[in-house]
Design a protein around this ligand. Sequence first.
Ligand code: FAD
Length: 459
Amino acid sequence: MNKSKVIIVGASHGGHQSILELLSRYGEDVEITLFEAGDYVSFMSCGMELYLKDQVTNVRDVRNFRLESFPQPNVHIYNNHEVIELNADKKTVIVKSTAENKEKEYKYDKLILSSGVKPNSLPLPGAELENIFLMRGYNWATKIKAKLENPEVKKVAVIGAGYIGIEAAEAFHKAGKEVTLLDIIDRPLGTYLDKEMTDILENHLKEKGINVVTNAKISAFVGDVNVKAIKTEKEEIPVDLVIQAAGVKANTEWLKGSVDLDERGWIRTNEYLQTNLPDVYAVGDATLTYSIPARAKMPIALATVARREARYVVQHLFEKIPSSPFGGVVGSSALSVFDYHFAASGLNSFTAEKAGVNVHSSYYEDTLRPKYVPEQQGNKKASVQLFFDPITHQVLGGAILSTYDITAQGNVIALAIQQELTLEDLASADFFFQPGFDRQWSMLNLAAQHALGEEPFVE
Ligand code: FAD
């Protein structure tokens, strides 16, 4: 019997998870071929900060998998192989081997696209100057590391104060550089957190010595060969190096004319993550994903999303009509900002407005443990913000922030959103109490009770 041929495009989270899932479901009954355009398989950008901060010493360890991770005879992984064309009629892809500069046609029964995104290079005067870097993938990681260790690099500007920009700013600051962090909007991390929390973090960044420039309208990069300054509407900021972390663009140019893309290049998929072409599926950053709280598709560029989508696609790959649609994701992330840690899930005011969802929010601050436990014993303050439907009280988003590592509580918020719980559910959820960790009611109980307008918990 001929085995089904499954071709995967892209060796990152989506591609990796597809192989794992195919092997665990179908073992040797499928022929799996993965093409990766780059040389390196498979750098984990999520771990780049750990490498930049010397918490992982060998850059080659920061990866999802290696070429040799799958010795099974039915798994074929080709790096330096760029898929350049998709012929839906013949059910083939044309693949260019970049090392040999040769093209070859491969047949598929099922095709899974996980070609991801590339970071935006701002189209500004001076964009061609040296020392304007991006932050994604193995090659940029090693280049950035070299600059971190170069004493001649003294002033670094990071464009984009999302989580990638914050990671870059912190790594350069810890390496002793003078860091300016610029963002076009009015506060850092403004697409992840509401103002109550970004105020805390913005002050903290400034306290640590980061020059935070918000509402920054950058008009040019200045220099002869190397970049020497960033020009904004208000000032010229001297720099030796620029890191651009200002959004991404889907790797889908090669699909134009075959796969249905939206006006910005994201791959359109249906509720089964199928493209417009038969037997062609798409997962990960190159697609828009279904957000449970927004009840709509939106870009949520996270490894967690690519993996859940790949798992779903493979689970239903050989069903004529998939038995259930993809359940969607919440979109959860966590980050340390120097001494603070936060986790955020689902919608916030910024993303809710963009998605046209009406949310109310409630902000709550308290100590994590009973008041009699001194702060020096670890009784830190924490903040919780909940976003909810004003009529049904369904929890649609939330974030938690503290100098204590409370990120695990972020996963509780994520689960509440995914399971469509209400404030009332969260207010009475049966969490443990032990004064070494927690209060008589856990922070999330108290935050939900506060959002419901209940009397404060007085000790
Ligand atoms: P990508 O990771 O974008 O990879 C796509 C792959 O496809 C690439 O290797 C590319 O070379 C290849 N490719 C593209 N076109 C072709 C083609 N035509 N032929 C062959 N190959 C092709 N997410 C989290 O959840 N948590 C984190 O902590 C986190 N931290 C991050 C930190 C940084 C610095 C960055 C940059 C991202 C981070 N992310 C994080 C996001 C996460 O890395 C992405 O969401 C995830 O990698 C998406 O996986 P993907 O499979 O969609 O594609």
